[in-house]
Design a protein around this ligand. Structure first.
Ligand code: ASP
Length: 323
């Protein structure tokens, strides 16, 4: 018989709507305990409340604490479902994907409408996630996100709408599987996955988004904040306004790694353009380019990578060669 555990962390999936005021908030007892569903197999489902936090309150240290408890639960359980607020769900999912070295299924889910709202997706998404954990095909897929009848890889998924229940999408590659009434169907798989177990999260990494007319001011403020690393969501294929270059050079000369992703959510960054501030100049200066990650995910990866190394060449390999 399979043994699963649901770990609750908070978010709308753990909340109820107040019918008088319309406000949505946490409750004393979890609204989704004792699931009324026949999984058509013998399964033991336990529950654990890790946190009761709206997901904007979740920090990388909460993610690390969660990873450590998942590691312990995986000794006894065959799979894990984590319920989480949707605002930062993709960050926790990717953090867990980077640090958990397991072939067992670990799935994150959430809800756009709390349990007692009309058309709630809370119980539905939880049941779907348990069905995916029970599928033998869910092994060796990395950390997954299950929402709205779709299965997404943690690395690719992002919240695209503030309110629609179809909010979670993988814009570059699409979901890796779907959930029907009868089956769980995986239709692609990640080619590779590397994990970087860590004991602590102690570094300071900032994230900046580039914009037309950006100059050195924000870079100087970040410099004065003594960062251990910086992630920039650059323009297009990986370019920046030329006014930012002196500050970027200063940070790199002080051995502060700078990782560049694109603020566009499809396509890749590369040393294509040779004008001042273009990708080629940035790359020649030592900016590390990475693909397939949003700015917040690249930031988590840099936070984790910096716990293991500050060697620029090793960091470059982690971001440019490993997945
Ligand atoms: N603001 C909520 C949260 O992330 C949204 C949700 O759970 O869907 O906690």
């Amino acid at each position: 018989m399979k043994k699963l555990i649901i770990i609750h962390t908070g978010g709308t999936i753990s909340m109820l709507e107040n019918k008088d005021t319309g406000e949505v908030n946490t409750t004393e007892d979890h609204p989704l305990s004792n699931i009324p569903y026949n999984f058509r197999t013998n399964v033991i489902i336990d529950e654990h409340i890790a946190f009761s936090l709206p997901s904007p309150h979740i920090t990388p240290n909460h993610m690390l604490e969660l990873a450590k408890s998942i590691d312990k639960f995986l000794i006894e359980y065959d799979g894990i479902v984590v319920t989480h607020g949707t605002d930062t769900l993709e960050e926790t999912a990717y953090f867990l994907d980077l640090v958990l070295d397991t072939e067992k299924p670990v799935i994150l889910t959430g809800a756009m409408r709390s349990s007692n709202e009309i058309g709630s997706d809370a119980l539905y998404n939880l049941i779907s996630s348990i069905r995916v954990v029970l599928s033998p095909d869910a092994y060796s897929k990395g950390v997954l996100v299950v929402m709205n009848d779709e299965i997404h890889s943690a690395i690719n998924v992002t919240k695209t709408s503030t309110s629609n229940i179809a909010t979670f999408q993988s814009p570059q590659y699409g979901p890796i599987g779907i959930i029907t009434k009868e089956s769980i169907i995986f239709h692609h798989q990640l080619v590779a996955r590397t994990t970087y177990p860590v004991e602590n999260i102690s570094k300071q990494v900032f994230l900046l988004k580039a914009y037309a007319g950006m100059d050195n001011k924000l870079f100087e403020i970040i410099h004065d904040g003594h960062p251990d690393g910086l992630v920039i969501e650059g323009l297009g294929q990986g370019n920046l306004p030329k006014e930012t270059i002196p500050s970027i050079r200063k940070l790199i000369n002080e051995n502060i790694p700078i990782v560049l992703v694109s603020r566009s959510f499809r396509g890749t960054v590369g040393p294509t353009y040779a004008y001042e501030g273009g990708g080629r100049q940035l790359k020649d200066m030592g900016v590390i380019f990475t693909n397939g990650l949003t700015g917040p995910k690249a930031r988590l990866k840099l936070l984790i990578a910096l716990e293991n190394t500050t060697d620029h060449m090793v960091l470059r390999d982690i971001f440019e060669k490993e997945f």
